[in-house]
Design a protein around this ligand. Sequence first.
Ligand SMILES: Nc1ncnc2c1ncn2[C@@H]1O[C@H](COP(=O)(O)OP(=O)(O)OP(=O)(O)O)[C@@H](O)[C@H]1O
Ligand SMILES: [Mg+2]
Length: 121
Amino acid sequence: MIGRAADRDRLSRLLDDVRDGRSQALIVHGEAGVGKTTLLEYLLQQAADCQQVRVQAVESEVELAYAALHQLCTPMLPVLEQLPDPQRAAPQLAASADDPAPPPDRRRRTPRRSRADRPRG
Ligand SMILES: Nc1ncnc2c1ncn2[C@@H]1O[C@H](COP(=O)(O)OP(=O)(O)OP(=O)(O)O)[C@@H](O)[C@H]1O
Ligand SMILES: [Mg+2]
């Protein structure tokens, strides 16, 4: 990767915080082709010793409540019991086999497709 020293420093600080047990969230945004994926690949390389989970959002899932969260949380179900109650509730809801109520910004007048209708593959 060429340049991006300030961005790499920012990512290094974020990783330091994570390794010290402080949760972090980061939104990487910018115009198409500006280098977002390259920066994130760099971060993943630097965090090779950390557990990594990747989620790919796809447009066809727009009507499925919590679709990306479901992808994110399902592999973690075995360790959910170690979480305190409040932190356990959200991933359990997302991973539930039940069809949870959609979040407020996804409520529609037409019936929603259930997760069982989700395309496979
Ligand atoms: N710092 C960099 N040094 C060298 N090459 C870079 C750098 N950043 C990006 N590139 C190259 O530029 C191209 C676009 O980068 P990248 O795919 O990371 O952009 P993006 O913001 O994720 O694009 P998109 O919005 O389409 O997802 C790639 O070929 C990548 O290798
Ligand atoms: Mg990209």
